[in-house]
Design a protein around this ligand. Sequence first.
Ligand SMILES: Nc1ncnc2c1ncn2[C@@H]1O[C@H](COP(=O)(O)OP(=O)(O)OP(=O)(O)O)[C@@H](O)[C@H]1O
Length: 268
Amino acid sequence: MNVLEVKQLHVWDAHRGNTIVHRSSFQVKEGSCLAIVGESGSGKSVTCRAVMKLNPSSLHQSGEVFFKGESLSSLSEKEMRKKRGRHIGMIVQNGMSAFDPSCVVGVHLHETLAEHFQWSRHERDERLKEAMKRVMLNDPVSVMNKYPHQLSGGMLQRIMIALTLVLEPDLVIADEPTTALDTVSQFEVVEQFRKLREEVGCAILFVSHDLGIVKKLADEVLVMKDGHIVEQGPTSSVFSQPTHDYTNYLVSTRLALSDHFTKIMGRE
Ligand SMILES: Nc1ncnc2c1ncn2[C@@H]1O[C@H](COP(=O)(O)OP(=O)(O)OP(=O)(O)O)[C@@H](O)[C@H]1O
């Protein structure tokens, strides 16, 4: 079954009149990971935000987005808010932007859980602490009492993953979650994504520049160029026998760049 089905998604800038995403169609199967790759400005983030209905109002969209068979197109903002986080998780590139800088992260985590569940404060606390330990944040109390700026990018990503472990969504949209991290933190965060998939069984839509990471995580890959999907299919076949010139170019240039990462991962 498809957790996410995107049909003929078209996104355009109503102010400038230019099209950003051209009639894209793709699916994410239950429990699987689909990666979107492509050069900067090809429309990867706009596609992810269109799925969540989070693009600014100047960007208009048409086409259909089905989440577990339900059309999201007709849902109100209030109904979408109930889906986001609880049913469709989102992990962004810059952890700092995901948290309120004026309060310690524990406040944000409790507020998010209180929005979706009827749990007592004690129960929320216990679940958060347990999830933090699962992502190797071994002193959860101290972490929850820190402001976002007091934590590293890698720690903020792990906190977002811990929150996702508690929320147990069916789909996680991760837009370049490792791009701002150093190589060691990238390795750790990729491991946490594997854990998330194993433990929660969620599907993942993963945007990354790093084809080494995509090779490790994704079952299927979708290649975007100038707002068009130029190729999609199982990761192994897209990488080993690309059919489009652009994919060929990406694979030959970018996969070599991620050699360092592959060595650190210690396995092919
Ligand atoms: N809010 C917006 N208003 C107008 N144009 C936008 C807006 N957001 C993005 N764009 C344009 O849409 C195009 C696609 O942007 P998008 O951020 O989706 O690219 P991307 O593939 O995610 O790139 P990157 O890898 O650098 O994040 C770009 O030309 C960008 O300038």
